[in-house]
Design a protein around this ligand. Structure first.
Ligand code: AMP
Ligand code: MG
Length: 417
């Protein structure tokens, strides 16, 4: 039996960052940028106005105040998206809108609020001239060309996880496709004679296959592409046939059939088609866990054989499959967010494994508290629906007492909780 850390290290040593692919910009949210992105253009492309107002020469406003306005002749108007044809000279102004390029000759923009435009409009005077009520300095309200991103500079670094703001930056550079790391295809295979597909009626003695669905959803949640292989029956031939369909995948995840029972043939098949790297991990739930590499045709495919109990398979997925998927996606931070909390329940750890107890973390007076999310049997999947975290009992501790400080791995990371 190996520790959770050793097991994770082994799993990660068998997966690598995948190749880049070009993805339409809108599909690249959450993906990892595969190359540095340089800008072919200045952003903004031209000096432009940060305000609605009047483009002027600062010198023409010298000494201006509300009691002693400087009167300038209006020679034109320019909106965002257009280039002014007139040139600003001493004593003249061009009415300008936010984002419009600064007209030739102008070196400042006086915002409407610092002019008498309102008064002139109220008096229904034609706008042929404008009173400037405040002295402007050179550069006032002008956004310089390239002040955000200058032509030829690096806008985003390879390895960046694309959030909405990075998508916006890429759009501002005119990129409609971006080089990102490919998403791993994760084959999901359920095993068990007792399993029935959710589209079928449920005969006596059988149960619905739920693991395929929770696991496929976990694959999607962490950025992988689930490939559902269905259900394999508990015999070597059936399992081998199904496993061979994982040939095109980057990772195979099976559930069940890894314990010590007579019908637990997953390890045997893994040994026949490849090699078993480890089996059983010092954790609870999730101890019977097999990992190895399958040789399918020319490919070598890592295979994570998760336990069958619905809670065990989900928790083992979080510990091993999630980091493997993130690594393949090019992500650097593979650890789950963890908070320090005070336990509101007792947990025993008689056989000294690392226990992941399902808890509901709440925040009270600025502190986190972890309450056990109902019965902790590894078949009780509804306890996962009550939980937002996994309280960790270290393997060297006999248990956790009420009031003790604990680490909780957050299943959902939400500061509001
Ligand atoms: P096993 O690891 O094969 O001994 O299975 C452990 C427990 O998990 C048994 O009670 C199985 O019926 C249950 N189980 C196995 N596979 C699934 C599945 N795909 N969906 C729901 N329960 C399952
Ligand atoms: Mg079974």
């Amino acid at each position: 039996m190996i520790s959770v850390e050793e097991a994770l290290e082994k799993v990660l040593s068998y997966v690598d960052v995948l190749e880049p692919e070009d993805e339409p910009l809108l599909n690249s949210l959450g993906r990892v940028l595969a190359e540095d992105v340089y800008s072919d253009i200045d952003i903004p492309p031209l000096d432009n106005s940060a305000m609605d107002g009047y483009a002027v020469q600062a010198e023409s406003t010298e000494g201006a105040s509300s009691t002693s306005p400087r009167i300038l002749r209006i020679i034109g108007e320019v909106a965002a998206g257009y280039i002014a044809t007139e040139e600003v000279t001493p004593g003249t102004a061009i009415r300008i809108m936010t984002g419009a390029p600064i007209p030739k000759g102008a070196d400042a923009v006086v915002q409407f609020e610092d002019t008498d435009e309102e008064k002139r409009k109220a008096a229904k005077k034609p706008l042929t001239e404008i009173g400037i009520l405040r002295q402007a300095v050179k550069g006032l309200n002008i956004r310089g060309a390239g002040e955000d991103i200058s032509k030829g500079s690096m806008a985003l670094k390879a390895g960046t996880v694309l959030r909405p703001q990075e998508i916006g930056v890429l759009a501002s550079l005119g990129k409609d496709a971006v080089p990102v790391i490919r998403r791993p295809v994760v084959a999901v295979l359920a095993t068990g004679d007792e399993l029935v597909d959710i589209k079928e009626p449920l005969p006596p003695g059988k149960i619905y296959n739920s693991n395929t669905y929770s696991l496929a959803a976990q694959v999607s949640r962490y950025g992988g592409i689930p490939k559902i292989l269905g259900i394999a029956r508990d015999n070597i031939k059936a399992l081998e046939d199904k496993i061979k369909q994982a040939r095109a995948a980057d990772l195979l995840i099976t559930s069940a059939g890894v314990s010590v029972g007579e019908y637990d043939v997953v390890k045997d098949v893994l040994a026949r088609l490849g090699e078993v790297t480890f089996w059983t991990v010092r954790m609870k739930p999730g101890k019977p866990l097999a990992f190895g590499v399958l040789r399918l045709g020319k490919r070598r495919i890592p295979h994570l054989g998760l336990p069958g109990n619905p809670v065990s398979s989900m928790i083992a997925f979080e510990q091993f499959a999630r980091p493997a998927i993130l690594k393949m996606l090019g992500r650097k931070d593979l650890t789950k967010p963890t908070v320090k909390a005070r336990s509101e329940g007792r947990i025993d750890n008689k056989d000294r494994r690392r226990v992941f107890a399902r808890v509901r973390v709440i925040k009270r007076d600025g502190q986190y508290f972890a309450c056990l999310a109902g019965p902790q049997g590894s078949g009780i999947l509804t306890s996962m629906t009550q939980a937002n975290g996994l309280m960790i009992v270290p393997e060297d501790k006999p248990g956790i007492e009420v009031g003790e400080e604990v680490q909780v791995q957050m299943l959902d990371w939400n500061e509001e909780m």
